[in-house]
Design a protein around this ligand. Sequence first.
Ligand code: SF4
Ligand code: SF4
Length: 453
Amino acid sequence: MIGPSKPCSYMFLSEVYILARRFYGGIHPDDGKRLASGSAIETLPAPGQVIIPMSMHIGAECSPTVAPGDRVLLGQVIGESSAFVSAPIHATVSGTVAAVEPRLHPNGRKVMSVVIDNDGQDTLHESVVSHTAEVEADPSALLDIVKNAGIVGMGGAAFPTHVKISSGLGKVDTMIVNAAECEPYITADHRVLLENPEEVLSGIHLLRRLLGLEKAYLAVEANKQDAIKLLSSLIAPGSGIEIRVLKTRYPQGAEKQLIQTVTGRQVPPGGLPADVGCIVFNDFSCWSVNRAVKTGLPAIERVVTVSGPSISKPSNFRCRVGTPISCLIEAAGGFSGSADKLLMGGPMMGNAVYSDEVPVIKGTNAVTVLPEAMNLSREEPGCIRCGRCVAACPMHLQPLYLYAYSVKGEARELDRLHVTDCIECGCCAYACPGRLQLVQAIKNAKVLVKNKK
Ligand code: SF4
Ligand code: SF4
């Protein structure tokens, strides 16, 4: 780690440390962030109808608590589960339930969803109330607020935040706020840091207090200098928050790689951050926690980047969960050129979707549109044994063998090679000159191994 005593371009910051320690592997793709990083967040009007899936998190799917014809209010619970690992789901507009039926989900399957006709009134449910300073000072009350607000990991993983906190209580000594945003094209977190820094910092303080930790690290990639400078001016020395500037390298924001870069600790294979005393929150999750505490509003909104070479006006939007992505694409000027691939998420880890009627869900941070020229798959891919996939893999795996055993369906070999440690970052596929569909093969391999156990 290079401390602030060493002269460098970031020396205007007394509380900032530049981290030279880096994880193994990784790649340097063109980040494409210039397309949308200068676009201020625009608030998108709520659509006439929202589609709210009952599964927007890791864990048990929620059961709808409303029926067609019911009147619902903004912030009202419309789906819940008694399972520990789950998160309640709320109405993101006020209006009338038009349907409770399976609808297309960003994961490509049909998932039970509550469809609400928006009355345009945004009438708040009685449960939406701001909380007092006494509540803010009470960790168990804070935990209840986070749980009842349905907040999940907003970096894409969507793990329920209250579960993460509960399982980390008393075990963790280090809190890291992940604002690395290493995935190409995505600038939503960057814009939130620039436009709502106080709310993010307040959320960090609340989570730090909840966990009883003295210090939190706010980790930002070095390609966000304006945000680093702004945050540094707002963080008082000794306030308990320290900025850590990360080298720009994909997948710097992956949880295990982030922990290694910030603390030097390595999460063991199959392990969790809490196993090495760490807990990681996305910066938008911190923003959401602050909002739930200060206003009582649950997780009903997202900031989403709509970008890529085939979008007319790359933009960042604040929109309601349940908004069809067609509304976002239209607000961004529609497709341009030879739009070929529509992704929920970024080009490295995003899911291709075949319809623009899928809704924004809690974990949606981007919609990316790529042109035909960027479709790099080829008809006859082949491995030339160059080893680039091995050099690129941040999890020390051997993607070429994972591919080969996946094609052959050899679950035992795949298990021996730790296929389940793959974080599906796509570095191997990006590096592969043979254009093998490595990630898809590895995803299939994980299913093979799971079914075998
Ligand atoms: S997708 Fe999996 S195998 Fe490929 S580089 Fe990432 S972690 Fe390694
Ligand atoms: S990068 Fe591609 S071509 Fe090279 S060894 Fe790996 S799978 Fe084979």
